[in-house]
Design a protein around this ligand. Structure first.
Ligand code: HEC
Length: 226
């Protein structure tokens, strides 16, 4: 009887085990496809980049000047960008372009695009009479012509300033004065009607050249693995 009892219980145990396995398998398949579905949704929800090309960047004077820097918005929302710049704090709207000197720019990509940089894309430009050429672009790894990493400096701005440094926002200072910056802005080669340089502008540019000879950037590229 031992044998028959074994024969009668074992197949049923095996059957229920098989059923259980089948259920588990089904559940796993369902979970996997749900996962795939949500991954698909997440992928679809990922914001598309705002197209930024050489022709996005033009003569600084064609932008809107706020205090000592220039703003614009590639999506046409210039007033919204200008409002944040004038207020001096808060999040810049998507599409914002901010420039201080002709050769460097920040553009705000859609929300969620790059959380580390709060969706700012950094650009280093070559500028000439003919226009701008994007030399480098990216998020955390763009290094300017002086060896400084844009993100490493700008990330030090306190949160309410949305990575915009100005002078009192918490970024390490740069050895370039506002007077020098104002003169550099006037030398933008892309402008068809550049503002004439005053004697003081010329002096400021000469002083800037001296500074640049010895300038080292306080923030080099972030160390790998830290
Ligand atoms: C050594 C640190 C440092 C590096 C590197 C640096 N910046 Fe800045 N940046 C500053 C500081 C400080 C200011 C503010 C200067 C002022 O207002 O007088 C500034 C100003 C600006 C502004 C005007 C808006 C603002 O934040 O005040 C833009 C745009 C900008 N930088 C873009 C860039 C880009 C693009 C790069 C890289 C290609 C870059 N910066 C690299 C420190 C840095």
């Amino acid at each position: 009887m031992h044998g028959s009892s074994q024969n009668s219980t074992t197949p049923s145990t095996q059957r229920s085990a098989r059923r259980e396995a089948a259920w588990k398998g089904l559940a796993a398949v369902a979970a996997a496809s749900l996962l795939a579905l949500s991954a698909g949704w997440a992928g679809a929800a990922e914001p598309a980049a705002i197209p930024v090309t050489d022709s996005t960047f033009n003569c600084l004077k064609d932008m809107t000047k706020v205090r000592h820097f220039y703003v614009d918005n590639v999506l046409g929302k210039t007033e919204a960008t200008k409002a944040v710049a004038e207020k001096g704090s808060g999040d810049y709207p998507v599409g914002s372009v901010v420039q201080l000197i002709p050769g460097e720019a920040m553009v705000k990509q859609p929300k969620g695009f790059n959380p580390a940089t709060r969706d700012w894309e950094f650009f280093e430009l070559d500028v000439a009479k003919e226009g701008s050429t994007i030399r480098k672009r990216g998020f955390v790894d763009v290094v300017n012509r002086f060896g400084g990493n844009c993100f490493a400096c700008h990330v030090k701005a306190r949160p309410e300033f949305d990575m915009v440094c100005e002078m009192e926002h918490g970024c390490d200072p740069i050895p370039i004065t506002r007077r020098m910056l104002a003169a550099v802005q006037k030398t933008d080669p892309r402008c068809t009607e550049p503002d004439p340089l005053t004697e003081d502008d010329q002096k400021a540019l000469d002083e800037l050249n001296e500074v640049l000879k010895t300038m080292t950037m306080p923030a080099a590229a972030p160390k790998q693995g830290t």
